[in-house]
Write a protein that binds this ligand. Structure first.
Ligand SMILES: Cc1ncc(COP(=O)(O)O)c(C=O)c1O
Length: 407
């Protein structure tokens, strides 16, 4: 079986530990284990644990606590996985047969288009589009493309809500439209809700859970909780389907790590969960102000739609360079890593992660400025040359020295 490369993930894992400024992350600066362990009692409790296998589908206490995050859920509705990635993987593997059709929201985190290609075939795409509504511009669901993408053979509709990379959140009306489309053909809705809890407004994103009987939620602790290193994710759905997904998961990683399950139980305790979300939202609000000021300094260059959730901004740029060469150039010349829009399903865009320390963010952005200035120099020269009918002169900046002399 040919497996299409998951380009964005491979790009991040290849370079994220080898650049000076990693602005490719979509979550907030992670918590430390000691932030979760209150007092010496909890720390000692963790240290004295036997390092045996954890209950394969997650301990009952952890599943109970995850269930509390969804109104009316119980532990039988929950399977604990290794990260949100395994939750998506096992869900797609379980639901899909070759020849099924999948309707995928774009732009998106590109794990799911790859999974669709592996387990079903080519996917039908529907879009989020920038739309001016009342007093703001938001990423809105393009209903025509949704209804075109959902066909009689559609088995699964994938939405990521809040969305990565746009940070957009569907309205209740748009969620109802997704449900209506699914109901029309009897498709499953897989809603990746891993950014739920990381809203700029502080208002929790409504869940797809409870709107239709064929809904599976995938999620985890990596984004809104700031705990990616625990590698805890979950699928939440009807008990029989959860059992079927568990059967598939027996072939992958067997069980979550026992220390991770323990720390996840602490993080999912309802009061603790809410205080973790408050931390996440305050990091996002603080850093978004910093990022927006930088964006305002480049008004003519970027089209910016404020993210509603997540520590990510998805910017359209007006420069004569495709997003992958732009990101490569920034990495090679300035040792700054961001994500190319072409690896999320939208060209001429970049995704900037702003969940780190504000000084770190500003230093990374200052290096990005150097690359942008070079490219704008080229762009201006190209326009002038076109007006003269000749070829542009090369930019004067010496690329090899820029990295050392940058901020
Ligand atoms: C939408 C979405 N789903 C799933 C994942 C994978 O999450 P995890 O790191 O928990 O495996 C990511 C990671 O970026 C993501 O953005």
């Amino acid at each position: 079986m040919r497996v299409p490369p998951f380009k964005m993930e491979r790009m991040q894992s290849t370079y994220e530990n080898h650049v000076d400024y990693n602005l490719s992350e979509s979550g907030v600066h992670p918590l430390r284990a000691e932030d979760l362990l209150e007092g010496p009692g909890e720390a000692a409790g963790l240290l004295s644990m036997e390092l045996g296998y954890c209950q394969s589908n997650g301990t009952e206490e952890l599943r109970d606590r995850i269930a509390l995050f969804y109104p009316g859920a119980v532990r039988e509705n929950v399977l604990v996985t290794n990260g949100g990635a395994e939750a998506n993987y096992a869900t797609f593997w379980t639901l899909l047969e070759r020849g099924d059709r999948v309707a995928l929201e774009l732009p998106n985190y590109f794990q799911t288009p790859g999974l669709s290609a592996i387990y079903a075939g080519p996917a039908d795409r529907f879009r989020l589009v920038r739309r001016r509504e009342e007093d703001r511009t938001r990423w809105a669901l393009d209903l025509d493309s949704l209804h075109r993408a959902v066909r009689p053979k559609t088995r699964l509709i994938l939405v990521t809500n809040p969305n990565n990379p746009t940070g957009g959140i569907l309205t209740e009306g748009e969620m109802d439209e997704v449900v209506r489309a699914a109901r029309r053909v009897g498709a499953w809705i897989v809603a990746d809700e891993i950014y739920r809890g990381a809203e700029v407004s502080g208002r929790s994103t409504p869940t797809f859970w409870g709107r239709y009987d064929r809904v599976l939620i995938t999620s985890g602790l990596s984004k809104a909780f700031g705990l990616p290193g625990l590698r805890i994710g979950w699928v939440r759905g009807p008990p029989r389907t959860i059992e079927a997904i568990w059967t598939h998961r027996d072939y992958t990683t067997i069980a979550p790590g026992i220390l991770s399950d323990h720390l996840a139980r602490i993080a999912m305790e309802p009061a603790r969960r809410e205080s973790i979300f408050q931390r996440t939202r305050s990091i996002i609000r603080r850093n978004l102000t910093v990022l927006e000021e930088w964006i305002r300094g480049h008004d003519a260059l970027f089209t910016y739609t404020q993210p509603e959730a997540g520590a990510i901004a998805f910017l359209r740029y007006d420069l004569p360079i495709a997003s992958i060469p732009l990101v490569d150039r920034l990495r090679l010349d300035r040792s700054v890593l961001i994500v190319a829009g072409d690896q999320c399903g939208l060209p001429r865009h970049v995704r900037i992660g702003f969940g780190s320390d504000p000084d770190y963010l500003l230093r990374g952005l200052a290096r990005f400025d150097l690359t942008l200035a070079e490219l704008q120099g080229v762009s201006t020269a190209t326009r002038r040359a076109a007006a003269r009918g000749g070829a542009p002169r090369p930019p004067s900046t010496a690329r090899s020295s820029a990295r050392r002399s940058g901020p």
